[in-house]
Design a protein around this ligand. Structure first.
Ligand SMILES: *Cc1c(COP(=O)(O)O)cnc(C)c1O
Length: 432
């Protein structure tokens, strides 16, 4: 499998090179040259396969010859060694819980897969690769955890000071070893802008071998398809599900659409957004207008210029009519988000996190306007404990700390505090 740049000004590359570069030299996102079709009997008999077999079958065509089969299988086994339960909340709505990984966020799968692939590609390298990433909350922890202790790789994470939750901050500042956290006195957009400037800086690129671990990287984006296959394995109904995904940078839902095009039955996709409504607006007006992100209760989706949306357009051959049939997008306010956490807890005794709540409300509304018998699922992307204040306020009950994070509470935060200035970051990187 080769990958082309969506800006069409760079040569095609294989999986290894796409993963190592992150972004094409022309600044475009890499996109697979062809989308594999899965055998019909694989989908039909999906319940008979193990997670590991599904993982290999789905990922092999994308990885091609970049990784030998036995190594790829081992990478997949390590990536998905936790549960992905589909929990029924009401008769019509189920929740695919993607928060049972080590950092309690769905990003664990992408980060674990990518880190192990890069570890393999770097196995004989004589110099270190620096993975640079900006986080609005969950990416940092998942990436830090995924790369912790991987030989030959240093990780530098930029996060906005005071704008991530306590658990999120501890997850990315307490690991030490090859992980460095930079606490930026600014917003997520500032962090993202600083990272972009680093990638564009000749001197830094000359000194450091740099790559990005944001969801534009194919090694993070593509394995997210697996959730949708694991969900379908647990789906008990004849009619295909409506799938609603809380979306920020649109990598997760884009992977779902890819899985669907490969043959996975899905009735409709809903991208549920918070007040950051660039894509919902686009779906109404066909005008794509990025704007600065605004802060919301579902902070991991506070994105004003979703990078992966362009891949969704490509999947639908840049045809709006095609896109519109399969895909819709809505914006949900913080007030409704909090109310939904309250209602779902009171009526069904199920605790949503703010991201899951955005998706829940969007799906509920969609199903109300669908023919009876339509059913769906939300992707519950984070554990409620990562947003304890919001959840406690909405339910009256403080969520309990699960085992994966209890130990963090006693650890000391280690960060490098920095102004939101590229020059300061450059100086810091150059002096390492
Ligand atoms: C990152 C994240 C999202 C958004 O996912 P995208 O792939 O960026 O659309 C949603 N929920 C949580 C909890 C996240 O961490």
């Amino acid at each position: 499998m080769n990958y082309y740049s969506l800006n069409h000004q760079s040569p095609k590359v294989n999986f290894a090179e796409a993963a190592l570069r992150g972004q094409a030299p022309d600044k475009g996102l890499y996109f697979p040259e062809s989308i594999p079709t899965l055998p019909a009997d694989f989908i039909q008999n999906i319940k008979q396969y193990s997670k590991e077999e599904i993982g290999f079958t789905v990922m092999k065509p994308y990885v091609g010859d970049s990784i030998p089969d036995d190594v790829l299988q081992e990478i997949i086994n390590q990536t998905i060694n936790f549960d992905f339960p589909l929990v029924q909340v009401t008769d019509a709505i189920a929740s695919l819980e993607l928060f049972h990984g080590p950092t309690l966020a769905f990003k664990d799968v992408g980060a674990r897969f990518m880190s192990r692939c890069l570890g393999y590609f770097n196995r004989n390298a004589y110099h270190h690769t620096t993975v640079l990433v900006a986080t609005s909350g969950d990416t940092g922890g998942a990436v830090a955890n995924g790369f912790l202790g991987v030989d030959g790789i240093d990780v530098v994470i930029l996060y906005p000071s005071g704008k991530v939750s306590k658990i999120q901050e501890l997850q990315l500042t307490t690991l030490g070893k090859n992980i460095k956290a930079i606490e930026v006195k600014g917003t997520f957009d500032d962090c993202q802008a600083m990272v972009k400037q680093v990638f564009a800086d000749e001197q830094l690129n000359h000194k450091l071998s740099l790559t990005s671990a944001n969801s534009i990287n194919v090694a993070r984006w593509l394995p997210q398809q697996l959730y949708y296959f694991f969900a379908y394995q647990q789906w008990q109904h004849e009619q295909a599900p409506v799938i609603c995904v809380p979306s920020g940078n649109f990598g997760n839902i884009c992977a779902g659409v890819l899985a669907h095009i490969s043959g996975l039955p899905v009735q409709h996709f809903i991208a549920a957004c918070n007040a950051n409504d660039v894509v919902p607006n686009y779906m109404n007006t066909q005008v794509y207008e990025p704007k600065p992100a605004v802060a919301t209760l579902s902070n991991a989706m506070d994105v004003g210029h979703p990078s992966n949306f362009i891949r969704i357009l490509e999947l639908f051959h840049q045809q709006f009519s095609e896109l519109k049939t399969a895909f819709s997008s809505v914006s949900i306010s913080d007030t409704i988000t909090a109310q939904t956490i309250t209602n779902v807890y009171q009526q069904f005794n199920y605790t949503l996190d703010p991201h899951g709540a955005v998706a829940y409300y969007a799906l509920e509304q969609y199903l109300k306007n669908s023919p009876s018998g339509a059913r769906g699922m939300i992707l519950e992307t984070a554990h409620p404990i990562k947003f304890p204040d919001t959840v406690e306020q909405a339910t009256g009950i403080a969520p309990e700390y699960p085992e994966q994070v209890k130990h963090l509470l006693s650890q000391e935060k280690l960060s490098v505090v920095m102004d939101a200035k590229f020059e300061d970051l450059k100086e810091w990187l150059m002096s390492r």
